[in-house]
Design a protein around this ligand. Structure first.
Ligand code: ZN
Length: 408
C-alpha cells in the first residue's frame, strides 16, 4: 500500500484539521511536499465534512451549511513544478474507507442549493447507499443496482494571484446581473465558515474575504464532477504557482453525467492513491488552459441503453435557440416521466439519473432552432425490463413502500 500523505480524522471537526481547506487561494500553505514520480495516498472527508447522516430523515440535507463546502485535502506541493508546467496526475486507485463504507445522494431544497430540476423538485430529499464491493444499492430506491465509476468530483491546483483576481471579477459581474436570485447565480467569496488550511490566523482573516468558493469548475480543474475522471485516469493539470498545490475531495462512488440533483452523485469519504510527474512548459507547448485527461482502461461495461431525447423547447412550450441547458433538462424530464410508469416516484427517478452511470450527450447543436440533448440510461441496472413492449410497463416497484427520505 502507498504511504498515507494525508490522513483524515472522522472524530475531529474538519475546521480543526490543518491539512483540509474549503476555499481556493494562492497563499494556502502546502501541507506536504512530494517529488515527481512519488506515489502516495490522500484521504478525504465527504464534501460536507460529515454533515449528512445515514438515516431516513432529510432534515440534514435541507439544513446543510453550504458555507462549509467543499472540504478538500491538500494542498500538496510537487518539487520543481513551476507556473506554465503541466502537473501529470495518475489516479491509481479511488475507494471508500472501511470506517465509512456508505454514501448519500441529496436533492437540495430551492432555498439551500437547489438542483438542475429545482422548479419540478424544490424540496429536500435523501437517499442512502450501501456498498457491496464494486456495486451499490439503496434502501430508498428499490429495483436498481449498479457498478460504481468511482472518482473525485473535485481535484485541481491552486490559482495564481492574477487568476484569483480574474475569477473574482468575472463572477462578481455575473452575480450583479441578478443579485436577489434564489438559488444565486454564483457563490461569491464568503468568510463565514472559511477554512484556510494551516494559514496563520491573521493572514487567514484577510485572505478568506477574497478566497474563491469551491463550487464551480474553473481553469485549474476544481469541481468538474466528471464521472470518467475515475480510478485509472491520467490528468494533465495546468500549473499556476510554484509547487502546483494539488488539492482534492468530493469523492463520488458513482455519478450520472451532469450530477443533476446538485448533490447528485453518491457522495462519500474515501481515499485516492496518486502518482505525480510533470511536463516542463507543457501549458504553452500543448496550448492548454483547462485540464485534459485520459480516461481509465477500467470502467463499468454497460452496453445496453435506453436513450431519451430532449430539445430546446421548455416545459411551457417556449422555443429557445440551440440551448443545450433546456434540451438536457427536457431529456431528463422525459426519462423521469418514463421511469414513473414503473412505479418510481419522480424523486426516485431523479436520483437514479444523478447517481447511476448515465451518459449525457450533446447530440445536435447546429439544427436551428433546436439543440438535441440525449440521456443514455443503462437498462441493465434495473432488476426488471424497462424497454417498451406491447403489454405496457410492469409496475415493478409497486408494493415497495420505500421512497427517498423527506425532511421532518
Ligand atoms: Zn459531490
Amino acid at each position: 500500500m502507498n504511504k498515507t500523505l494525508i490522513k483524515i480524522d472522522f472524530h475531529a471537526p474538519p475546521e480543526q484539521q490543518p491539512y483540509i481547506h474549503n476555499r481556493w487561494h494562492p497563499d494556502i500553505p502546502m501541507v506536504a511536499w512530494v517529488e515527481p514520480g512519488d506515489e502516495f495516498r490522500v484521504e478525504c472527508l465527504d464534501w460536507t465534512g460529515g454533515q449528512i447522516q445515514n438515516d431516513d430523515n432529510a432534515s440534514d440535507v435541507r439544513d446543510v451549511a453550504l458555507t462549509k463546502v467543499h472540504y478538500l485535502s491538500g494542498p500538496i506541493g510537487v518539487k520543481g513544478v513551476e507556473p506554465g508546467d503541466l502537473l501529470v496526475v495518475d489516479l491509481l486507485d479511488v475507494g471508500a474507507l472501511p470506517e465509512s463504507a456508505w454514501g448519500f445522494t441529496g436533492i437540495f431544497a430551492r432555498e439551500n442549493g437547489g438542483g438542475f430540476l429545482v422548479d419540478h423538485y424544490p424540496d429536500a430529499r435523501k437517499a442512502c447507499w450501501n456498498f457491496s464491493g464494486l456495486y451499490t444499492h439503496s434502501r430508498h430506491i428499490p429495483g436498481v443496482e449498479f457498478a460504481g465509476i468511482t472518482h473525485p468530483g473535485l481535484i485541481g491546483c491552486l490559482p495564481s494571484r492574477a487568476l484569483l483576481d480574474t475569477w473574482n471579477k468575472r463572477e462578481a459581474e455575473l452575480f450583479a446581473t441578478n443579485p436577489d436570485r434564489v438559488p444565486p447565480l454564483c457563490a461569491l467569496p464568503n468568510a463565514e465558515n472559511a477554512h484556510m488550511g494551516s494559514m496563520n490566523p491573521s493572514q487567514a482573516q484577510k485572505a478568506m474575504k477574497e478566497a474563491v468558493r469551491t463550487v464551480p469548475p474553473r481553469e485549474h480543474g476544481g469541481n468538474c464532477d466528471i464521472k470518467n475522471l475515475s480510478r485509472g485516469a491520467k490528468i494533465f493539470f495546468p500549473v499556476y504557482i510554484n509547487g502546483a498545490g494539488l488539492s482534492m475531495g468530493d469523492i463520488h462512488f458513482s455519478q450520472g453525467d451532469g450530477e443533476i440533483t446538485f448533490c447528485g452523485a453518491i457522495e462519500m469519504a474515501g481515499y485516492l492513491d496518486l502518482r505525480v510527474s510533470l511536463i516542463k512548459g507543457g501549458m504553452q507547448s500543448y496550448g492548454i488552459t483547462n485540464p485534459i485527461f485520459q480516461p481509465s482502461p477500467v470502467e463499468p461495461n454497460y452496453n445496453r441503453y435506453l436513450i431519451f431525447e430532449g430539445i430546446s423547447v421548455d416545459e411551457a412550450g417556449k422555443q429557445y435557440y440551440l440551448d443545450v441547458h433546456v434540451a438536457y433538462r427536457r431529456a431528463c424530464l422525459n426519462a423521469i416521466e418514463y421511469l414513473k410508469k414503473f412505479g418510481y416516484t419522480g424523486e426516485q427517478a431523479y436520483a437514479i439519473l444523478g447517481t447511476a452511470p448515465v451518459q449525457g450527450h450533446i447530440s445536435g447543436i447546429v439544427d436551428i432552432p433546436n439543440a438535441c440533448a440525449t440521456l443514455y440510461v443503462p437498462s441493465e441496472i434495473f432488476s426488471f425490463d424497462i424497454l417498451p413492449n406491447a403489454k405496457g410497463p410492469v409496475k415493478a416497484v409497486k408494493g415497495h413502500a420505500a421512497d427517498l427520505a423527506k425532511a421532518m
